[in-house]
Design a protein around this ligand. Structure first.
Ligand code: NAD
Ligand code: ZN
Ligand code: ZN
Length: 232
C-alpha cells in the first residue's frame, strides 16, 4: 500500500513524555509495568519511554502507543484505548466536490411542524490520489448529485452544522466498493447516514424515523465530530 499517512508525531501537542512513570501502574496496551520495558520492545533507547495523554492522563509505553497508532488508519487521530477520548482530527479521503444546502418549504413525515433542509452533494469521477485504495486508477461517481434531507428544527440544524464539518474533513464519502451495486473503485457513503428520500421511505433511507437525528449524531461522534467542533 502506498497510501499517504500521518504519523503519531502530528499529535505531539497532546502527548507528554514522562520522566518518572508511577511504579505501580501497567501499560494497558502490553500489560507490562510502565517502569519495565515495553512489550513492543525492540532493544532501542525508546524501550522505557512513557507517554501520557494530556486530556485523560492515561499512560502507555511510547512504543506501545506508536505500534497501536501505526496499526490503525494513520489518519491523524488517536483514540485512548483506555477511555476512548479522541485526540486530533480524523481526516478522510472523500474526493473533491461541491456541497450546497438550502431550506425548502415542505414537511418531512414525522416533522410536520417545521420546514426542511436539503443538502446537495456533487462529486465527479476522476483519478485516485495517494490517499485512495488504488492510486492512479480511475474512480466513478454514481447517482450524483446525491441529496440528503433534515428537519429544520434545532437538532436538525445542529446536525447540518456537524455534516458541514464532516465534509470539510473529507469524511462524508470515500472510495471503495459499493454494497448496493458491487462496483469497485467508486464513491460510496462513509458511515454517516443521510436520509435521501423526501416524502417516502422505500429504501429505508427516508422518514419517518424518530431515531435518525440521534443515530447520525452518534455516527458523527465516532468520526470525532461533536458539538465541541461548532463555533459557540
Ligand atoms: P453502499 O451501497 O456501499 O452503502 C454505503 C452506505 O450507504 C451504507 O451505510 C448504506 O446504508 C448507505 N446507503 C445505501 N443506500 C442508500 C441510500 N439510497 N440513501 C442513503 N444511504 C444509503 O453506498 P453507495 O454505493 O454510496 O450507494 C448508496 C446509494 O447511492 C444508492 O442507493 C443510490 O441512491 C446511490 N447510487 C446511485 C447510482 C445510480 O447510478 N443512480 C449508482 C450507485 C449508487
Ligand atoms: Zn506497553
Ligand atoms: Zn484515556
Amino acid at each position: 500500500k502506498t497510501n499517504k499517512t500521518v504519523s503519531l508525531d502530528s499529535l505531539s501537542n497532546y502527548i507528554e513524555t514522562l520522566e518518572t512513570p508511577p511504579a505501580d501502574e501497567d501499560c494497558c496496551i502490553c500489560c507490562e509495568k510502565l517502569i519495565e520495558a515495553s512489550g513492543h520492545s525492540s532493544d532501542t533507547v525508546d524501550d522505557h519511554v512513557v507517554y501520557k495523554l494530556d486530556k485523560c492522563s492515561h499512560m502507555f509505553h511510547k512504543l506501545c502507543l506508536t505500534a497501536m497508532y501505526d496499526s490503525g488508519a494513520k489518519d491523524g487521530h488517536l483514540q485512548c484505548p483506555t477511555c476512548k477520548t479522541i485526540y486530533g482530527e480524523k481526516v478522510g479521503n472523500c474526493p473533491k466536490g461541491e456541497l450546497e444546502y438550502k431550506f425548502i418549504d415542505t414537511q418531512l413525515p414525522g416533522y410536520e411542524d417545521c420546514q426542511t433542509i436539503q443538502i446537495i452533494y456533487n462529486i465527479h469521477g476522476g483519478t485516485q490520489g495517494p490517499e485512495h485504495p488504488h492510486p492512479g486508477k480511475r474512480f466513478t461517481a454514481r447517482g450524483f448529485p446525491r441529496i440528503g434531507y433534515l428537519p429544520d428544527c434545532d437538532k436538525g440544524r445542529k446536525v447540518l452544522q456537524l455534516l458541514l464539518v464532516a465534509w470539510k474533513r473529507r469524511l462524508t464519502f470515500t472510495i471503495g466498493s459499493s454494497t448496493t451495486t458491487g462496483e469497485d473503485n467508486t464513491v460510496t457513503w462513509n458511515e454517516i447516514h443521510h436520509k435521501t428520500e423526501l416524502g417516502s421511505n422505500y429504501s429505508g433511507h427516508g422518514y419517518p424515523d424518530p431515531n435518525y437525528l440521534d443515530n447520525v449524531l452518534l455516527e458523527l461522534a465516532v468520526h470525532g465530530i461533536t458539538e465541541k467542533d461548532l463555533p459557540s
